[in-house]
Design a protein around this ligand. Structure first.
Ligand code: M6R
Length: 604
């Protein structure tokens, strides 16, 4: 996920910008850059990869005295991670940094090219600076040109722009993506896309609202709202505790990451969903030529998302799928055929067991694809192709947002293959894409839900075990719910297919057996309901999660009345994550660093 910093003042501009970018590193990025304007002269440095590359490039640059500067860490969406695509982007005499996406960039770019603009990058961002310079030719002032520019942009953005004709001004705009303006004790001005770069530098900050735009100079902070009315700057005190700021006010990283899921899914979808098709810039469709089977390999949570994908690939893409636990696959002497696409899934890209299976597949001459959250990880470097999930850095050992993004990537990939294989009609693909667009709003945690789960959690602190049950893709979700609970509460839990309980596990049923029943209305509702009734008849304590009231349950968590099972999946996912977390908190456990576990398991 991209990050923005800005500074206007007489302190060490370069250091302030680079330090700020370092504080944003945790969000993940693949290139970075800064532009500093001083004495009518721009100094610009960009580098691909880690910030140290940028620091090395800018090592000899040491501006002193008054300057204005902007900086950016980029996580590629439109265009590959190259220096040309890294921000800041240049017009003729202005630079811009931007987070988010300009949805109408293609149309704007065409018009600007027709009127003579010369584009250097493949990004959507570059249209902003060319549009600004076009407006500047006829506008009354640079601010007038900036106002006209942002009024033509559609989509989500946080923007900083600097231009030679106003070398004591930084222009800003915020719509959908976060942006904060800070002020230090000397009245110097700072910008950042989250709190952390500002801690220790500013005491007062303004959290901009959507639609806000304006400019800062050494003397002023001018803010206008979306109706162009001037606003009084409203300052808040900034916390001095970095760790708590990184947690964004949440008690644990896991909690923050659960709440972030809506936002990170927007990033996962960015530049990949169009009205009628899915586009993965990083994929060559030839990868699927001659492929008759997909074999997926992973561990833990990533294995569960692979299981979800097996339903989606077969249902939508009509392709044969097998899913394997990596540590098993390594030693089973697997039969690997050339018409199989091998897919490794990993949040970290470093899990030893999964990495080894990828090596085995490569050695056997299979085509390989990695679904991963960390660019440049061992798996990404090894595979023929990779799709990044863009969850941002996940700090909680118990994976949450990485899982959500993996499932969304698999859903998109199943539609991408369906299109290649003509296994869905254009109308069916369109419908699926419109559902994908609804995922971020489904993932927003509804008022009262978390509180209800917290209240309910006190009844689930004992007992002799939990069964999470579901059918179809709600079975891997049940497995994932049970894994979350085990990891952070240390209570015994199993995930089971609802229809399989009667073949053995139902023998365990008694009031001290807790059943967490996933009962979506759009996937085998009646069948799942009968399975839960069987457990209820044997006195198991039932917590039903469903949009349909269920009178045989002891506890009931109501979900929304959405129009498809995929949307129900994501809402139920959040509920099982929160339930595990609240039980763990009541038990006094370390939610972010549970005992015996590591975030990345790089040993066998
Ligand atoms: O980084 P990976 O996705 O390859 O990690 C695989 C598992 O180790 C991981 O999912 C683990 O199960 C998590 N702790 C789950 O919350």
């Amino acid at each position: 996920m991209c990050g923005i910093v800005g500074y206007l003042g007489s302190k060490k501009t370069k250091d302030i910008l680079l330090d700020g970018l370092q504080e944003l590193e945790y969000r993940g990025y693949d290139s970075a850059g800064i532009a500093v304007l001083q004495n009518d002269d721009f100094s610009v440095y960009k580098a691909v990869g880690k910030l140290v590359n940028l620091q090395e490039k800018a090592a000899a640059f040491d501006p002193s005295g008054f300057a204005i500067g902007i900086g950016h860490t980029r996580w590629a969406t439109h265009g590959k991670p190259t220096e040309l695509n890294a921000h800041p982007h240049l017009g003729e005499s202005s630079y811009v940094v931007h987070n988010g996406i300009i949805e109408n960039y293609a149309a704007l770019k065409r018009e600007l090219q027709e009127s003579g603009a010369h584009f250097l990058s493949q990004t959507d961002t570059e249209v902003i600076v060319h549009l600004f310079e076009k407006e500047l030719r006829t506008a009354d002032s640079a601010f007038d040109a900036f106002t006209k520019t942002i009024s033509q942009l559609q989509g989500a953005f946080a923007i900083l722009l600097v231009t030679k004709s106003e070398d004591r001004t930084i222009f800003f705009a915020k719509q959908g993506s976060p942006m904060i303006v800070g002020r230090d004790a000397d009245g110097e001005k700072y910008f950042a896309s989250s709190d952390t770069p500002l801690i220790g530098k500013c005491s007062d900050v303004i959290y901009l609202d959507d639609g806000d735009y304006g400019y800062v100079t050494p003397e002023t902070i001018a803010i206008f709202d979306k109706k162009s009315n001037k606003k009084e700057p409203h300052f808040s005190k900034l916390s001095t505790n970095k760790l708590s700021a990184q947690k964004g006010g949440f008690r644990f990283f896991m909690e923050k990451e659960i709440y972030e899921q809506s936002e990170v899914i927007i990033d996962t979808l960015l530049g990949r969903i169009f009205d009628k098709e899915i586009h993965f810039e990083e994929l060559d469709s030839k990868l699927f030529d001659g492929i008759n089977e997909i074999k997926l390999c992973a561990c833990g949570t990533s294995y569960h998302s692979a299981l979800v994908s097996s339903y989606l690939f077969e249902r939508y893409a009509k392709i044969r799928v097998s899913v394997e636990i990596a540590s098993e696959f390594r030693y089973k002497e697997p039969l690997l055929c050339q018409d199989t696409l091998f897919v490794a899934i990993s949040q970290s890209g470093e899990t030893a067991d999964t990495l080894e299976t990828l090596k085995m597949a490569k050695e056997a001459g299979l085509k390989t694809l990695v679904i991963c959250n960390v660019d440049n990880s061992s798996m990404v470097r090894l595979a023929d192709a990779s799709i990044l999930t863009r969850a941002g850095i996940e700090k909680g050992v118990a994976s949450t947002k990485a899982f959500a993004t993996q499932v969304v990537v698999f859903w998109m990939l199943s539609l991408y293959i369906a299109k290649l294989k003509n296994s869905l009609t254009t109308e069916q693909i369109e419908k699926q894409i419109s559902l994908l667009r609804e995922v971020p709003s489904v993932l927003k945690i509804k008022e009262g839900l978390h509180e209800k789960i917290t209240r309910l959690s006190k009844r689930y602190l004992h007992g002799h075990g939990f069964f999470f049950i579901g059918r179809d893709i709600f079975y891997p979700l049940a497995l994932e719910g049970a894994l979350k609970l085990k990891e952070i509460t240390y209570l015994h839990a199993e995930g089971y297919p609802s229809g399989e309980m009667k073949h053995g596990p139902i023998a365990l049923a008694d009031p001290e057996l807790f059943t967490i029943a996933l009962l979506p209305q759009h996937m085998l509702y009646e069948k799942s309901k009968s399975n839960v009734e069987e457990l209820s008849a044997r006195d198991s304590t039932i917590c039903a999660i469903s949009p349909v009231e269920f009178d045989k349950a002891d506890d009931y968590i109501k979900t929304s009345d959405v129009r498809d099972y995929m949307l129900e999946f994501f809402e139920m996912m959040v509920i099982v994550q929160l339930l595990s977390m609240e039980i763990a908190i009541r038990l006094g456990n370390d939610v972010d660093m549970p005992r015996n576990l590591a975030k990345s398991v790089t040993v066998e």
